[in-house]
Ligand binder design. Structure first.
Ligand code: T4K
Length: 367
């Protein structure tokens, strides 16, 4: 009986983290944009090659704030995908906007730009696409459509840390991109996230909004919340960033072994390797379509052997109970996404998953 979970948080050594947080006992400075926060922000701006990074206590609040910063008219429609984590759709709705669900592509599960234009109405105000599993959306086409119709674009890049398209960081597309630094992500700050953007005017707005809208010592300009990253989170990020390249290389080996074992098996479909994209090997989704076992059977077979997998992303967000009364909801409007959601399973993937364990997982799937 194995005990393999779908992922496992990357962590620095105990000693490295203790060394990083040691000075907090001297300064007693624990949060509110302290020195670790400032340092991580600077290091990430360099890492992403982007003028601005606003750090957050988690990715969800980063996305909510990024959308709020656009100051879009309430009731405006936002084109998005239902093949994502609950967070994406909730962030749109919690901003008083209406999600309009666009279907996804069969080969990489990202939003299908061919279907996008027919969903645009006079009420459309923005597009929130998702670089799902780290696969890049068609950023060129999204940019063209956004410009044609005067729409804002905020990427949910929660899965796309360290991904590059034609050598350019995934952080550099659209009006802004949100990254999640949750414990389960390629790069983590325990919980955490950020918004990356180029427009200098956003800096003050985002920094104010994550700090109760406080603009200056005696001025509150926005109805903000509290979404600041604290110093322990930032310290974890500083440590993890040092090891990231090495870790991604290890993830790559795991993914390559999965591909060696599962590629070409009848009824098993793997995500396409995208042209011009440098992957972060964040997730390993497998679609069981016409295979000798259904997705749910494979899930059970693996679970019986103590191997945890996830049905990311089932159910689709447009089938959530809380969106039942939205006229735009309903999985029948996004048949490809629904087809995938019923058949996809993400297999265990983390830095020190051994190739022997990958083989055992594949043996169970193929057995
Ligand atoms: N947009 C997208 C597209 C997202 O995928 C997410 C988050 C967001 C936005 C929002 O970003 P954040 O606000 O979360 O920063 C997980 C994560 O909680 C969530 O961050 C992530 N997406 C989503 C896809 O997955 P669960 O409920 O599946 O996680 P959980 O707790 O079952 O953990 C999965 C496995 O990870 C465990 O079996 C073991 C391992 N694990 C987990 C934790 C919590 C660890 O090794 N260490 C840990 O501390 O949601």
């Amino acid at each position: 009986m194995l005990n393999i979970l779908v992922t496992r948080s990357s962590m620095p050594s105990y000693e490295e983290y203790c060394e990083e947080i040691k000075e907090l006992w001297d300064t007693h400075w624990l949060t509110n944009m302290g020195p670790k926060h400032k340092q991580l922000q600077k290091e990430l701006e360099e890492y992403f090659s982007i003028p601005h990074v606003a750090l957050y206590t988690n990715g969800h609040l980063a996305l909510e704030n990024a959308i709020a910063a656009l100051n879009l008219p309430k009731g405006g429609e936002v084109i998005t995908t239902p093949f994502t984590f609950a967070s994406t759709t909730h962030a749109i709705v919690r901003n008083g906007l209406v999600p309009v669900f666009c279907d996804v592509k069969e080969d990489d599960y990202t939003i299908d730009t061919k279907m996008m234009e027919e969903l645009i109405t006079d009420n459309t105000v923005a597009i929130v696409p998702v670089h799902v599993y780290g696969n890049m959306c068609d950023v060129g086409e999204i940019d063209r459509i956004a410009k044609k119709y005067g729409l804002k674009v905020i990427y949910d890049a929660a899965h796309a840390f360290a991904v590059k398209y034609k050598g350019q960081s995934s952080a550099s597309f659209g009006d802004a991109s949100m990254f999640s630094f949750h414990a389960t992500k390629v790069f983590n700050t325990i919980e955490g996230g950020c918004v990356c953007f180029k427009d200098d005017s956003w800096l003050q707005i985002l920094n104010d909004m994550k700090n109760f809208g406080i603009h200056g010592p005696e001025s509150v300009e926005y109805v903000g919340g509290n979404a600041k990253m604290n110093e322990f989170q930032a310290a974890m990020g500083l440590c993890n960033l040092r090891h990231l390249d090495k870790e991604i290389a290890k993830r790559k080996k795991v993914v390559e072994r999965y591909r060696e074992r599962l590629e070409g098996v009848e009824g098993i479909k793997l995500s396409v390797i995208q042209k011009d994209v440098e992957s972060n090997y964040a997730y390993f989704p497998v679609v069981f379509d016409g295979y000798k076992y259904t997705r749910n059977e494979v899930f059970e077979k693996l679970a019986e052997q103590g191997i945890g997998t996830r049905k990311y992303f089932f159910p689709l967000t447009n089938s959530f109970e809380c969106y039942r009364n939205y006229p735009t909801a309903g999985t029948e409007k996004t048949p490809v996404a629904q087809h995938m959601a019923l058949r996809v399973l993400t297999l265990p993937l983390y830095v020190d998953l051994s190739l022997e364990d990958v083989d055992r997982i594949c043996d169970v799937i193929l057995g």
